[in-house]
Design a protein around this ligand. Structure first.
Ligand SMILES: Cc1cc2nc3c(=O)[nH]c(=O)nc-3n(C[C@H](O)[C@H](O)[C@H](O)COP(=O)(O)OP(=O)(O)OC[C@H]3O[C@@H](n4cnc5c(N)ncnc54)[C@H](O)[C@@H]3O)c2cc1C
Length: 381
C-alpha cells in the first residue's frame, strides 16, 4: 500500500512529525534503521530554555515544553521546571545580558538580570566570586529526551502510524523529479511524500539524489555523575565563556558540553566521551561548586548535532524533487526546536496554516555550495 507520508528517521523530529500526522486518516509510515531515540535525540541533555538570541527560538522552546507536558497522559512524568541560570565572567557580556533579560520580559516571560551576590543567592552551593552577571529564567525546565522521543513515537503508533523499525533507507526513489518512495534494506516502499528527518545522516541521503543541502554533522558530548549524597536543589546552569553546563539528573548531575567545531562523519564517529572532557569538567565543577570536588562520573557519551549556515534548521519542501521534504539541521537545539516545527510541517502537509511560519526556514534559502563554519547554537549571541 502506498504511504501518503513516509518519514525517514524516528528521532525527536521524525517522531514528532509522525505524532502530529496521526489520527488524520492518512497512511503514515515512520521508518528508522534502529529504534526511536537511538540517534542524537536519546543522547541529548534535554535542556529547554527561553534564553535565546532570537524570539523564534524563545517561542519554540516554550511550545516544545507544552507539547511534552501535554503528553503526560501518554506515560511520561512531565518536564522538570527547575529554572535556568546563565552566567558570565566576562564584563563585555553584561550589556548584552541586560538587553536579553529585557527582551525576555517584553515577551511576557519571567527573567531576572542578576549581578554580584544576587547572582547565586538562591543557590549558595555555587561559587560566584569570579562571575559578573547572569540571567535567571525560573520557568525553564528539562526533559528526558529519550523519553520525549519514545513517547511521541508510541503516541503516533497509537494514532495509526505504521512503525517500520530496524529498516535502513538505502536511497530515495524518484522518477522525472517526482518522489515515488524509498529503497530500504527490506525492499521498496512507495510514498506520495517523503520527509527526510534523519538527523546527521540527512545530508548524505539527499546528496545521493543530487540534492545539496548545507548540513554539517558535528560531535558533542555529555557526562553523568554517580549519585551525589546531599546534593542541594540546583537549576540548569550554563557558563560563558567556557560553555560548560549542568542540570540535575536524578540523584546526580548531567554535565556538558564538549562540542567539536569540526565536521564529523556520521558513518564512523566516536560515540564515547573524550577522556579529556572528564578531567576538564571535573576541574571546572570543583571550582564552581567546591562541595563537589570529589565528584565521581558514572558514564559519558557523544552524539551528532547538525549545523547550518545561519544556525536555523531546514524545514520544508525541496524544490528540485516534488514530494520530497526535509526536517533537519537543529544546530544542537533539536529538543527545543523540533517538536513545534514538526507540528508546523504536519500542518503544511495537511494543507493548513502552520502554527509557526516556516518561510524563513525554507531549505532552499542558501546558495549552492555555501561555505560556513560550525558555530555553537547554545549561546547568548
Ligand atoms: C550530547 C548532546 C546534548 C544535547 N543537548 C541538547 C539540549 O540540551 N537541548 C536540545 O534542544 N538539544 C540538545 N541536543 C541536540 C538534539 O539532541 C538534536 O538536535 C536532536 O536530537 C536532533 O533530532 P533529530 O530527530 O533531527 O535527529 P536524530 O535523533 O539523530 O534522529 C535521526 C534518526 O534517523 C535515523 N536514520 C538515519 N539514517 C537513516 C537511514 N538511512 N534509514 C533509516 N533511518 C535512518 C537514525 O537512526 C536516527 O534515529 C544535544 C545533542 C547531544 C548529542
Amino acid at each position: 500500500m502506498k504511504a501518503d507520508v513516509l518519514i525517514i528517521g524516528a528521532g525527536i523530529a521524525g517522531s514528532a512529525l509522525a505524532y502530529h500526522l496521526s489520527d488524520e486518516g492518512l497512511h503514515v509510515v515512520l521508518l528508522d534503521k534502529d529504534y526511536p531515540g537511538l540517534g542524537a535525540s536519546g543522547r541529548s541533555s534535554g535542556l529547554l530554555t527561553v534564553q535565546h538570541w532570537n524570539s523564534l527560538d524563545l517561542a519554540l522552546s516554550q511550545a516544545s515544553l507544552r507539547i511534552y507536558d501535554n503528553l503526560v497522559q501518554e506515560g511520561n512524568g512531565g518536564a522538570r521546571r527547575v529554572g535556568f541560570l546563565r552566567v558570565t565572567s566576562r564584563e563585555e557580556d553584561v550589556p548584552r545580558m541586560k538587553e536579553r533579560a529585557a527582551m525576555y520580559r517584553k515577551e511576557g516571560l519571567e527573567a531576572e538580570f542578576l549581578e554580584g551576590r544576587a547572582l547565586t543567592s538562591g543557590f549558595p552551593a555555587i561559587s560566584a566570586s569570579d562571575l559578573v552577571a547572569g540571567i535567571f529564567t525560573p520557568e525553564d525546565g528539562y526533559v528526558d529526551a529519550y523519553d520525549y522521543t519514545s513517547t511521541l513515537a508510541a503516541a503516533a503508533k497509537k494514532g495509526g502510524v505504521v512503525m517500520t523499525m530496524g529498516t535502513r533507507v538505502k536511497g530515495i526513489h524518484t522518477r522525472s523529479s517526482v518522489v515515488e518512495g524509498v529503497d530500504t534494506s527490506g525492499g521498496r516502499l512507495s510514498a506520495e511524500v517523503v520527509v527526510v528527518a534523519a538527523g546527521a545522516w540527512s545530508a548524505s541521503l539527499l546528496t545521493d539524489e543530487g540534492v545539496f543541502l548545507p548540513l554539517k554533522p558535528y560531535r558533542t558530548q555529555a557526562l553523568v555523575t554517580a549519585p551525589i549524597e546531599g546534593l542541594p536543589d540546583l537549576p540548569m546552569f550554563h557558563e560563558l565563556p567556557g560553555g560548560f553546563y549542568f542540570r540535575p539528573d536524578q540523584d546526580g548531575l548531567l554535565l556538558g558540553d564538549g562540542t567539536e567545531q569540526r565536521e564529523a562523519d556520521p558513518r564512523n564517529y566516536n560515540t564515547q566521551a573524550d577522556f579529556a572532557l572528564y578531567s576538564d569538567i571535573a576541574a571546572w565543577i570543583s571550582m564552581r561548586m567546591p562541595i563537589l570536588k570529589d565528584l565521581k562520573f558514572a558514564r559519558g557519551w557523544a552524539g551528532l548535532c547538525v549545523a547550518t549556515p545561519d544556525r536555523f534548521p531546514l524545514v520544508g519542501p525541496i524544490e528540485e524533487v516534488e514530494g520530497l521534504y526535509v526536517l533537519a539541521g537543529f544546530n544542537g537545539l533539536g529538543v527545543m526546536r523540533s517538536p513545534p516545527l514538526a507540528r508546523s510541517l504536519s500542518e503544511t502537509l495537511l494543507g493548513r496554516k502552520p502554527s509557526f511560519n516556516l518561510a524563513s526556514l525554507h531549505p532552499g534559502r542558501f546558495d549552492q555550495n555555501v561555505e560556513f563554519p560550525i558555530r555553537e547554537g547554545f549561546t547568548l549571541v
